[in-house]
Design a protein around this ligand. Structure first.
Ligand SMILES: NC(=O)C1=CN([C@@H]2O[C@H](COP(=O)(O)OP(=O)(O)OC[C@H]3O[C@@H](n4cnc5c(N)ncnc54)[C@H](OP(=O)(O)O)[C@@H]3O)[C@@H](O)[C@H]2O)C=CC1
Ligand SMILES: O=C(O)C1=N[C@H](C(=O)O)C[C@H](O)C1
Length: 237
């Protein structure tokens, strides 16, 4: 993703790439290079420190790295309160189709008895469930709670560990890792006699780049924390 983002920024006529870093580089070099914005596409262990460095040094940050749980987001909001001009976008998924699929799923979730998520990714992915699936489940769970929907019916009495997936905000999330895949997600919604499936597929990492560039173009005018690229889109849902 970092390599793709470097190319996308280099090809963007309104942007200049001043630095590209891997795990062995010094963050201070970003400042001496004259950066105004950073894109973080790293690993859950390093993303928080990278973003803190950016905010404390007056840089705007566009973050695609997963692993931003509620505690981390809360700590970031507190940091941003002390640095009120900085903007940070935490985007679990930069692909427009995925952002729309999550928004559609959140909208539909309250109208069905059952809701589950299957996310499918390439086998080099280090985290499960995917950040996109976690965010989708959180938004669907919030919508179902607000509408007073009962938990999905489930008569399971015995199960092998993991057989029912991970439970996020009351929604079971199943993770598949399969050679040949890139990034895919299905939201399954069921009621008596019917099923709605909301599926999104990223077949190539090119799918994420328009969202990265949109994030970079917008983040400086949106101080504080924005969670999800939908915050920069007028979805009207
Ligand atoms: N929001 C979105 O749309 C998308 C988000 N992602 C997320 O982006 C992240 C990166 O994914 P992907 O590119 O596939 O992962 P890769 O493993 O291919 O790349 C990880 C990058 O992180 C760097 N890195 C690894 N360890 C550290 C460390 N300890 N400190 C600093 N940097 C480190 C690596 O540096 P080096 O080059 O030196 O090894 C490498 O550049 C993941 O969290 C993934 O879930 C992925 C796709 C889309
Ligand atoms: O690691 C990946 O590949 C992806 N990570 C993000 C996630 O965890 O949701 C976004 C996309 O699914 C690709």
């Amino acid at each position: 993703m970092g390599t793709e983002a470097v190319k996308a920024v280099q090809d963007a006529p309104d942007m200049e790439l001043v630095a590209a870093q891997g795990r062995h580089d010094q963050l201070s070099e970003i400042l001496s290079a004259g950066a105004t914005h950073v894109v973080d596409l790293t690993v859950p262990e390093s993303t928080e420190a990278n973003v803190r460095f950016a905010v404390e040094n007056g840089l705007h940050a566009v973050v695609g790295t997963t692993g931003w749980d509620t505690a981390r987001l809360h700590a970031l909001e507190q940091l941003l309160a002390e640095h009120s001009s900085a903007g940070v976008l935490i985007a679990p998924n930069f692909a427009l189709g995925s952002v729309l699929a999550t928004a559609f799923a959140a909208k539909a979730a309250q109208y069905f008895e059952s809701a589950e998520i299957i996310e499918l990714h390439h086998p080099k992915k280090v985290d499960a469930p995917s950040g996109t699936a976690v965010r989708t489940a959180e938004l669907m769970g919030q919508a179902r709670d607000a509408a007073g929907v009962d938990p999905s019916p489930d008569a399971t009495e015995t199960a092998l560990d993991g057989a029912r997936g991970a439970e996020v905000a009351g929604i079971h999330v199943h993770s598949v890792r399969l050679r040949g895949l890139v990034a895919h997600q299905e939201v399954l919604l069921g009621s008596p006699g019917e099923q709605l499936t909301i599926r999104h597929d990223s077949f190539d990492r090119a799918s994420f780049m328009p969202g990265v560039l949109l994030g970079l173009r917008t983040v400086g005018s949106r101080p504080g924390l924005t969670h999800g690229l939908d915050g920069y889109l007028d979805l009207g849902l």
